[in-house]
Design a protein around this ligand. Structure first.
Ligand code: F6P
Length: 344
């Protein structure tokens, strides 16, 4: 019997999370359930930081980026006594189930608690990386894509005026979806993604070929996790490793710029889009997606279908066992990579 549903958002935020929380609240309310907002992701479950969400909390949040309940990259399984505290707080908050909104880390913790301790949960994919299997688009990807596209549009004109190579570094961790879609949408001349090792010789060929054809400038869209052939490590911004084992990526654009300048003498500039990609107003598509996924997650709780992720898959809103969604990978479709080369 369900009475109180917890909701938390974990990992990197993105626009449209609030649309999902709002839909969860409204749908749960419709069933007569209360919704408990856990503050700052799994940290709130460890520390016992939560509140009962009221209509006023979600009113007017559809258009607002970020998450009204906060987020963190906390992994209770990596904190001494963390899981015990979570289990105690489940009792303290009288939670009958939880809905987790995030990427593989956040939803993975939910799944572990479900399989190992019987705590009932449903997950919603939300990450600008868009790397969750059996999910066409995760919440936030499309909004982020708009930012990347606009940035590349703007960088084109200044690259052209100055006859430069402009290298735009795009988030995505080990996944190239954002760089690939952003690069295609913005008309980048070269798109580099983690799924395909790149070659400096090829980059230089493209730049020189373009020059011969009268294009004195180029725009390169590079995913932060991309790496050159023969070098088996990504460029990291710092030695920081989060509690899920992820390093902080950053700096590949600068590395590429230095190499191009060294090989060709062409003047390069870099632009790291960074957290701009995660902020601000959600697009209409993301708001509708988040609303549909949020409402459907509550339906699954109502029907007792736990251990699932609700996703949009092949255009339909559906439920996928977390195990399948999180153990399989969703690399960029290589036909997109081939297509991008056509425009070099
Ligand atoms: O997973 C989302 C993401 O934005 C990645 O694309 C990026 O590498 C990472 O989070 C950045 O994390 P943080 O906000 O902790 O710097």
């Amino acid at each position: 019997m369900i009475n109180r549903i917890g909701v938390l958002t974990g990992g990197g935020d993105s626009p449209a999370i609030n649309a999902a929380i709002r839909a969860i609240f409204v749908k749960a309310n419709n069933y007569g359930y209360k919704v408990i907002g856990i503050r700052n992701g799994w940290e709130g479950m460890v520390k016992g930081n939560a509140f009962e969400i009221q209509r006023i909390d979600v009113a007017g949040t559809l258009a607002i980026g970020g998450t009204i309940i906060g987020t963190s990259r906390t992994n209770p399984f990596k904190i001494e006594g963390g899981v015990e505290k979570v289990l105690q707080n489940i009792k303290n908050f009288e939670l009958d189930a939880i809905i987790t909104i995030g990427g593989d880390d956040t939803n993975g913790v939910m799944y572990k608690l479900y399989t190992q301790y019987g705590f009932k949960g449903v997950g919603i994919p939300q990450t600008i990386d868009n790397d969750i299997a059996y999910s066409d688009f995760s919440i936030g990807f499309e909004s982020s894509l708009e930012i990347v596209t606009e940035a590349i549009d703007r960088l084109h004109t200044t690259a052209c005026s100055h006859n430069r190579v402009m290298i735009v570094e795009i988030m995505g961790r080990d996944s190239g979806w954002l760089a690939m879609y952003g690069g295609l949408a913005g008309g980048a001349d070269i798109i580099l993604i983690p799924e395909v090792e790149f070659s400096y010789d090829e980059i230089v060929n493209v730049l020189e070929e373009r020059k011969k054809n009268g294009a004195n400038y180029s725009v390169i869209a590079v995913a932060e996790g991309a790496k050159p052939a023969g070098i088996d490590r990504q460029v990291v911004a710092s030695g920081m490793v989060d509690s899920f084992g992820h390093v902080q990526l950053g700096g590949i654009a600068k590395t590429i710029a230095e190499e191009i300048e060294r090989r060709t003498g062409i003047e390069c500039r870099t632009m790291v889009l960074g957290h701009l990609q995660r902020g601000g107003r959600p697009t209409a598509f993301d708001r509708v997606l988040a609303t549909r996924l949020g409402a459907y997650a509550v339906d699954l709780v109502h029907q007792g279908k736990f251990g699932n992720l609700v996703t949009m898959y092949k255009g339909e809103i559906t439920a996928v066992p977390v195990e399948n969604a999180l153990t399989e990978r969703k690399p960029v479709d290589l036909s997109l990579y081939e297509l991008s080369k056509l425009f070099a």
